[in-house]
Design a protein around this ligand. Sequence first.
Ligand code: SF4
Ligand code: SF4
Length: 94
Amino acid sequence: MAVIINDTCINCGACIDECPVEAIVDEDDNPTDEEIYYVYSDKCVECVGHHDEPACATACPTEGCITWDAIGESPEHREDITDDQRSNKEPVVE
Ligand code: SF4
Ligand code: SF4
């Protein structure tokens, strides 16, 4: 994984066009069939090389709906994010 959208997502759509690598899909295309937006972890680069912080989380109006997750198959990841931040699924933006 990389960043993950949790079930507090309100399907507002603010994140999807901000992603530089088109890693986000809406609820209609969510492969888990949950009625929330979804991040493909094998596409998400945590905005490395694109933005100072993940653009999806910056755009998201909720508190903590986009969190860090394990690195997994992400092609790029932020080196300054600790294992604790990832395993605790801390919000990307407070
Ligand atoms: S962190 Fe960046 S690359 Fe990953 S889903 Fe969000 S906007 Fe896309
Ligand atoms: S910006 Fe946040 S609340 Fe809106 S669709 Fe994306 S993850 Fe969900």
